[in-house]
Design a protein around this ligand. Structure first.
Ligand SMILES: [Zn+2]
Ligand SMILES: [Zn+2]
Length: 441
């Protein structure tokens, strides 16, 4: 028997765009793919290009929110605007059954787009700090929004095939980790039907276009933004014995922090402590009073997260003491609000989503590309214990523009680019198929 080319060759997958290699798909998966392909040409392509060309910064997504609200209203979905700032909530009721929440983020980034797309952004906007910034959809949130509109249209059109309630959530400010919490605090789980399961999708530039990847448990890491104010005793650079030099103290804190990951946590558990900013001093012969440091801290497990955060305070204070900093001038360690817990999939629900995707589109649509790094996501708050431990599954869809996945421009880069058609179509298929796995029949 002659096999002309391997069924899973990447070239074959790319050649069919959002399509699939010919491995067992279901009739309902085929019907969904065909409907989504049609909707992409008729509506979603122009919606994507419009959203991409008009990006907006975190908590400033007013044009975007208005456009999305209109899209949902035109389908007859009940819409509430200004939830948690600029958030939009759509509720689609279809008889008794489970409640499924589908979420997309609306915000873009302060980056000047340089990828040369015909619909490249020229937008500039005043940010939360009052500074004018270039703006770009450099994380793919435009893919998610477009796809969630597409998913809503499919669920409305296909109401006979499911029972229950779908809550569509367009969330502001994911990039600042503030949007999910803002919506929850504004009553997302009390003013609207509380979900039995919350589902989120993220496009990945370094993954095969249109393919899916569902993690069993850790979908993305926790992130904490920690500030340290190191205090010393100022003085003359030539009379150091009368001062306590905070630059020396801070330098040693940086080095001592490196041992938190290498010496205190389980070596089989990942963790990161990065000191991204260190600032102090005004003149070469002046020993300053203070030094400021800004850190990002990542972990997968809540235990490692706590260990690292406790360790930072212990190390900072211990080093300060070792250098003779007085007890009333101990370093001030502050956790800023820019934080997110680990984004943990409910394992049984994750398996359900994966099985549903394989049944609909075949094993060939699943990707083996692992997580790109210890990125974080504020989707994690939707499943947090303080908001009722709602089960969540957050999974990825690929959008690479190159066969060599390692060459795909990274997220948050001015050159970021994804292949919109397979990414959007894949995300619509993902939202709909995952939602139906939990809705009643
Ligand atoms: Zn991002
Ligand atoms: Zn993102």
């Amino acid at each position: 028997m002659e096999i002309r080319r391997p069924v899973l060759a990447l070239s074959a997958i790319l050649a069919v765009g959002g399509g699939t290699p010919a491995l067992a798909r279901s009739a309902s998966g085929d019907a969904l793919s065909a409907a989504v392909a049609k909707d992409y040409q008729a509506n979603l392509k122009s919606l994507f290009e419009d959203l991409h060309a008009h990006p907006e910064l975190s908590f400033r997504e007013t044009r975007t929110a208005a456009r999305l609200a209109k899209e949902l209203k035109d389908m007859g979905i009940e819409v509430t605007e200004k939830v948690g700032g600029t958030g939009v909530v759509g509720v689609l009721r279809n008889g008794a059954g489970p409640t499924v929440m589908l979420r997309a983020e609306m915000d873009a980034l302060p980056i000047e787009e340089r990828n040369g797309l015909p619909y490249q952004s020229k937008v500039r906007q005043i940010d939360a700090d009052g500074v004018e910034m270039p703006v770009m959809h450099a994380c793919g949130h435009d893919v998610h929004m477009t796809a969630l509109v597409g998913a809503a249209r499919r669920l409305v059109a296909d109401k006979r095939s499911w029972r229950g309630t779908v809550v569509f959530v367009f969330q502001p400010a994911e990039e600042r980790f503030g949007g999910a919490l803002a919506m929850l605090k504004d009553g997302l789980y009390s003013r609207f039907p509380k979900p039995d399961i919350a589902l989120g999708i993220h496009v990945t530039s370094g993954m095969e276009p249109g393919r899916f990847r569902v993690e069993d448990r850790v979908a993305s890491s926790s992130a904490d933004s920690i500030d340290i104010l190191v205090k010393g005793v100022g003085g003359h650079g030539a009379v150091p014995q009368k001062a306590i030099d905070p630059i020396v103290v801070a330098s040693n804190i940086v080095m001592a922090l490196q041992t938190l990951v290498s010496r205190t946590i389980d070596p089989l558990q990942p963790g990161i402590v990065t000191v991204g900013v260190i600032q102090g001093g005004t003149k070469r012969n002046v020993i300053p009073e203070t030094v400021t440091m800004q850190l990002t801290v990542r972990a997968d497990s809540p235990e490692v997260r706590t260990q690292l955060l406790d360790g930072i305070k212990r190390v900072a204070e211990g080093v300060a003491r070792a250098y003779g900093v007085p007890g009333d001038r101990m370093p001030v360690v502050t956790a800023t609000s820019e934080a997110a817990p680990s984004n943990l999939n409910d394992p049984a629900s994750a398996a359900k989503v994966r099985d549903a995707l394989i049944r609909a589109f075949g094993e060939g649509r699943m990707s083996q590309v692992p997580r790109p790094g210890m990125n974080a996501e504020d989707f994690a708050y939707y499943g947090a214990p303080e908001w009722g431990s709602v089960k969540t599954v957050w999974f990825r869809v690929g959008g690479s523009v190159t066969d060599d996945l390692s060459k795909a421009p990274p997220h948050h880069s001015p050159l970021f680019i994804i292949k919109p058609e397979p990414a959007v179509r894949g995300a619509v298929e993902g939202y709909v198929t995952a939602a139906k796995a939990f809705l009643g029949k």
